[in-house]
Write a protein of this length. Sequence first.
Length: 616
Amino acid sequence: MIIATAGHVDHGKTALISALTGQQTDRTAEEQRRGMSIELGYAFLPQASGRSIDFVDVPGHEKFMRTLLAGVASVDALMLIVAADDGVMPQTLEHIALMGLLNIQKIVVVITKNALASPQQVSAIEQDVLARVRKEGCPAPASFSVDSLTGSGIDALRVQLAQWAAKAEPVDGTGPARLIIDRHFSQPGLGSIVTGTVLSGHIAPGDSLQLSDTGASLRVRGIQVHHQTTSQAFGGQRCALNVSGDLAGVSVGRGSQLLASGTWGPTSRFDARVRLLDDKVRGAVQLHIGSAVVNARMVPLKGLAAPTGEIYGQWILDQPLCCFQGDRFIIRDPAARRLLGSGLVIDPFAPQRGRQKAGRLAVLTALDQSDTAQALECMLVALPDGVDLHRFMLSRRIDQLPEITGDTLQIGQWLCRRPNLDALSERLTATINQHHQSHPDRMGPTRSQLARVLDLSPDSRLLAAAVRSCLDANALRQTGPCLYIPTHEAKPDAESLAVLERVMPQFASCTPRPPVIGELVEQLQVDKSELIHWLDRLCTLGLLVFISRNRYLLPAAAEQLLDSARYLAKRQSDGRFSTADFRDHSGIGRNHSVAVLEYFDRAGLTRQAGSMRMLR
């Protein structure tokens, strides 16, 4: 269990931690000289059960509000500390507001320095603080009056904290590991050390974790919890990790994270549900999320009803960071030094376009479900085209899908309702039949043409699955990019067939590489514009495939190159291959390879995945 302090400067937070644990949290010479906390301090209190309470001591001065926000970012409970000789002060009020914004459920009010005030004064201050805390909507807190120097009341407070720790539910250690870093330093003989809080999962020596700043892979060499070497660190624990890996030129520290391999997903915009203390957020503000601080601006999402007192908004960040569904953040105006509100991340990978459309808002409503199974069910309703499971699982940091009801079909990392697929397959064959009747001279429509007629996105996964299903069932056939009913025979005009017969030897001689248009012009003794006109005509009839400007292929050659892409995809466990891989395997050269792969992308046969490609 992790407990943070909060309260005005010089109200005895550090002295209280020392009285509870016997440990001094002010480590630096500057802190000890000035007698005040500047950086986050840490201590722990062992329990009879073998578990322990970790304390995060935060500075109380308003100049160090940024540090305080980093300290309370991932705690289970909070001790609000008010000195009996001062009472409620400006930072006390800000910290009380912060507790409400962070929705902290376990709060204890501690009136310190009770030897410096009368019992009546202590009681009055205590009742005042409790009333203010309840006004923020926080659960009714426990309260204690103590004196850290004499030890008065310390034992009773320690018993209360021990009861909390005994009843605290352990953090689920089955999910992907995630550690919020607060410090990074080098230690002679060991190398790089990072300290922080494990938010989820578990970490063991030998694990490879990704650094949120760059995605670099770091290997865990050793772990310490409370200065003791251990074999594992679990969610809800603070720990120190000895790591190795490429940290050259990377400023690792507060704001950085270590994430289980494969769960690294930086974003520059996310959708969130927001509670504001003022009516609006104007211009750039600071977001405190995890232990990170980033400048951002918000675009309100209109037309979407939120719980009372909250709104939905899309946050555009000045720099990318890793965040996930359910992460809570604080909104602050750094110039005015005041809190503006808080928020909860709903979709960490929000789209830039169409964010106000009804369909997108329906998706956001579906994602704003705390229950993962219910969220996925609602997503399938909001997205008839199906759900990208990789993105869904990454955003919610899960490594297993929940059980869902209804007839569904999963293809790789994509899930859809089977009735939606069956209905689209029927529409697909009907549309192609209609095309044959209207254009008997043509081989058949391309996938992109079908997408336009069916009012679907060219990238529709449901359309791709419907095409694949029809091909597998022999309800459709494909030659090059053209799809057609098996019984259909294209009847091109005699003039087009004559042109095809003239160019066929040149195409066949260089297959699978496209012929050079200049060489065709010279060999056939025709005008270039006339040749291009006829080649385009042959593409319309499905007798040639248009790759790009001045690049054409026979359908059989296009299929041969697609087979090369299929081979490369199957050879890799993640199904990804590079342009260089395709060039080397196909033997058609780099420029032709780039053009052919871009054609495959347009035709819906492949898609880009960063600098790599994979089959759709």
